[in-house]
Design a protein around this ligand. Structure first.
Ligand code: HEM
Length: 380
């Protein structure tokens, strides 16, 4: 009897608590709106899917649709992507504020099916939720791979990759009377990938000679599928109720297959590094990212399985974070330079005269700016 009364009291208390929470949340939301803290929301939101119907369907690119909305609602407005409230910003000063004064608010990441399945349950640190794990791994990466000291030690990787690319262009153009047509996007993408894969694992996978290499092929295929699948806008990410749609469309299955392939490749890198470390000591110059991470993991209390997962997911983070970004930046730089003869000449001159290229973080731009080839070779 006493238990029943207690249960009833508890239910009443829970109900009261729930009502108070809802009232407080409503007051806060209204307060925020009144204080002008909420950016204007685009009209036409539907229940469950929010504004998704306004973004698909139309025969124009997403950034143009959002640009049209910005014209109407201003440089900061909000939309709902299914269950996710989203802010769209198109003013550099507001963007700066998001990444400086308010970076804490924006530093977490939403969950996604692709990263759950292929990204080791969202443990890839660049997609991990804000918290201790993200802070620790990020710090480790910044110090051990992206610090000036480490970049200086690994300078030979970037130099040899840019030189190999330049040499190949030079040989091709020499054989062809000084001119050659090259698919720059593919070549720059291969170069960026080679640099990152070498810095991470010491391997070289992306080149014309690597085509016959089974391991290289497997890695390229797995990463290609990963990039494609991770870039999809999945129904279940916006509205979890729709997860059956991703299953029916076959995306879930494809992700699981890609995850297995990626894990095979990354796992073989880690196993190989573990074997080498057992047999001999590694010199400072030889230390790629996996060696560095393994030695840190060996000194910590985590299990071998956990350590391997952290190393593999961090490698995948760096591969995905450092490949497309670099390729796109190089393609844009090249396109802008080629469309501006004066700047191209100035850039060639500046690079020969200035010490700019000694700054380690600027080195990838060598491929665009280094005036090794006669200028005619850029005319494709
Ligand atoms: C031109 C090329 C690149 C561009 C435009 C670029 C852009 C960015 C941006 C905008 C962020 C901040 C993301 C955020 O906080 O939401 C970021 C973070 C980061 N980038 Fe890059 N990136 C480039 C190249 C690279 C390369 C080559 C690497 C390494 C191989 C790299 C590794 C990282 C890492 C580790 C972070 C921190 C991720 C985190 O805080 O969770 N990036 N990058």
């Amino acid at each position: 009897m006493k238990t029943l009364t207690e249960l009833r009291e508890f239910s009443l208390f829970a109900l009261l608590l729930a009502i108070i929470s809802i009232v407080l949340a409503t007051i806060c939301a209204k307060g925020n709106k009144k204080n002008g803290k909420m950016p204007p929301e685009v009209a036409g939101s539907w229940p469950v899917i929010g504004h998704l119907h306004l973004l698909g369907g139309r025969n124009q690119l997403l950034h143009k649709t959002l640009g049209g909305m910005a014209d109407e609602y201003g440089s900061i407005f909000s939309i709902r992507l299914g269950i996710h409230p989203t802010i769209v910003v198109s003013d550099w000063e507001i963007v700066k504020e998001c990444f400086t004064a308010n970076d804490r608010v924006f530093s977490t990441r939403p969950k996604s099916l692709a990263l759950k399945i292929m990204g080791y349950n969202q443990t890839m640190f660049d997609f991990a939720p804000y918290g201790r794990y993200w802070r620790d791994i990020r710090k480790l990466v910044m110090v051990e791979l992206l610090s000036n000291h480490r970049l200086e030690l690994l300078k030979h990787v970037r130099n040899s990759e840019t030189s190999l690319l330049m040499k190949d262009f030079y040989e091709k153009s020499s054989r062809n009377g000084g001119q050659v047509v090259v698919e720059m996007k593919q070549r720059l993408s291969d170069m960026a990938m080679n640099i990152i894969v070498r810095m991470i694992s010491g391997k070289r996978y992306f080149s014309a000679d690597a085509k016959g290499n089974q391991e290289a092929k497997r890695c390229q295929e797995a990463l290609r599928h990963f990039f494609y699948l991770v870039g999809l806008n999945l129904a279940s990410d916006a509205v979890p109720l729709f997860s059956w749609l991703d299953l029916v469309k076959g995306y879930t299955g494809k992700m699981k297959r890609t995850a297995r392939e990626l894990d095979c490749v990354l796992g073989s890198w880690v196993d190989e590094h573990r074997r080498i470390r057992l047999n001999r000591s590694i010199s400072e110059e030889e230390k790629d990212f996996i060696h560095v991470m393994l030695s840190i993991m060996d000194d910590s209390n985590v299990s071998v399985d956990e350590a391997d997962t952290t190393v593999k997911s961090s490698c995948l983070s760096l591969l995905s974070g450092g490949s497309d970004t670099t390729t796109i930046a190089l393609i844009w730089a090249l396109a802008l330079l080629l469309n501006n003869r004066n700047m191209l000449k100035k850039a060639q001159f500046d690079m020969t005269e200035s010490p700019g290229l000694t700054v380690p973080k600027a080195t990838p731009l060598e491929v665009v700016l280094r005036p090794r080839l006669p200028s005619i070779a850029y005319e494709f």
